[in-house]
Design a protein around this ligand. Structure first.
Ligand code: NAD
Length: 354
């Protein structure tokens, strides 16, 4: 097992990564055995995982709350239902929530935990690759409102994050590739060890070899944990985690969040941002080729020709990184380090997108 820590002071927490089932000992390590537990999960998570988790928790009072699977559950309606349940069960500040699922379950459970009784403890047990390498680490919690995604939320760290690669065995190919999109991002914005692992072991990653996945997840989290610990509330360096996200979010929004996963859109966004980095003179042709080779080696989709400037422009203007009317973008330099800049030529964006 490997352990990485994130957060500062009292809100510091450990992230455990296993390539076997989570042990009874680990599952109970951060729980107070006299507390009540509410496990929040969704209908798409195989029942055998929930059964294993439930039978391994020592506490007497365990309750399960199952949301319908999908992004729609990250809503005010679900939030209210979970809060009502906690209230009905008379949860107090000594009790625990467990987020058991992908990023949807993690985000809404974290948000409930941050607001119920002004904050109760929660544990993240992420079951998708995207949640393991990204959303369960960093303390960003949220729900969606009709005006937009993640517009209501809080920064609130969990007590711990418990990861097992075994959950990934049942993940659909699309959801698995979505997580790989975030994995390669870390290799483009600074993690050279991870880049080398992907270059050397792409076949094992595609085949979901768990000992390799453990190392890949570990490296991804190391990068994320380092950045979010330096900048907990996203006022500076954390922005580089958004490499590919301005264009990726615009693609997702243009598609009305249908028929494209988050990670697949981010991969296209990273290609666009890398080409822009080339046209702006930050990288050379051979470096762009490396980016494209890594994407190809993991069999991820790289054709963004359906999304031209005219289609994406309205959605890019809404990006959170717009300040003083100018869009700040994350680009990469010749050493594969990400950086945020507003210095670019609009003509180059039009040239990349066509
Ligand atoms: N908080 C953050 O920092 C952060 C970062 C990135 C993304 N997010 C959020 O994460 C969400 C996306 O998360 P996601 O990609 O995990 O999607 P998701 O939570 O919707 O999960 C995808 C699907 O996989 C199913 N599933 C989960 N675990 C499974 C397993 N082990 N086997 C088989 N099926 C399984 C789920 O039921 C669901 O249908 C978005 O709402 C996004 O905004 C948050």
């Amino acid at each position: 097992m490997s352990i990485i820590s994130a957060g500062k002071g009292k809100s510091k927490y450990n992230i455990h990564i296993e390539d076997k089932e989570l042990s009874k000992n680990l599952i109970n390590r951060y729980l107070n055995k006299h507390s009540k537990i509410l496990v929040v999960t969704d209908s798409g998570i195989p029942k055998k995982y929930l059964k294993h988790l439930k039978s391994n928790i020592n506490n007497k009072s365990i309750h399960i709350f199952t949301l319908p699977k999908g992004e729609k559950s990250k809503s005010y309606y679900s939030y209210k239902k979970i809060i009502n349940e906690l209230s009905k069960l008379k949860f107090d500040r000594s009790d625990y929530l467990i987020a058991f699922g992908g990023g949807v379950v993690g985000d809404i459970t974290g948000f409930v935990a941050s607001t119920y009784l002004r904050g109760i403890s929660y544990i993240q047990i992420p079951t998708t690759l995207l949640a393991q390498v990204d959303s369960s680490v960093g303390g960003k919690t949220a729900i969606n409102i009709p005006q937009g995604k993640n517009l209501v939320g809080a920064f609130y760290n969990p007590k711990c994050v418990l990861i097992s690669t075994q959950y990934l065995r049942t993940l659909s190919e699309d959801e698995y590739k979505s997580g790989l999109g975030e994995v390669i991002k870390y290799s483009f914005i600074g993690n050279k060890t991870l880049k080398k692992i992907i270059e050397d072991k792409s076949k094992q990653i595609i085949e979901r070899k768990e000992s390799t996945l453990k190392i890949v997840i570990e490296q991804s989290i190391k990068t994320k944990a380092k950045i979010v610990t330096k900048d907990e509330k996203e006022s500076g360096i954390r922005a580089i985690l958004n490499f590919g996200h301005t264009f990726g979010h615009a693609i997702e929004a243009y598609k009305k969040y249908k028929n494209i996963t988050h990670g697949a859109a981010i991969v296209l966004g990273m290609i666009i941002a890398s080409k822009l980095s080339l046209y702006e003179g930050y990288i050379k042709d051979d470096q762009l080729k490396k980016v494209l080779d890594i994407i190809d080696s993991l069999e991820l989709e790289s054709d963004y020709s359906k999304y031209n400037y005219a289609k994406l422009k309205p959605f890019m203007a809404k990006d959170k990184k717009v300040s003083n009317g100018k869009l700040n973008l994350v680009m990469i330099d010749k050493n594969f380090n990400g950086f945020l800049t507003s210095k670019y030529n609009l003509k180059n964006i039009k040239k990349v997108l066509g």
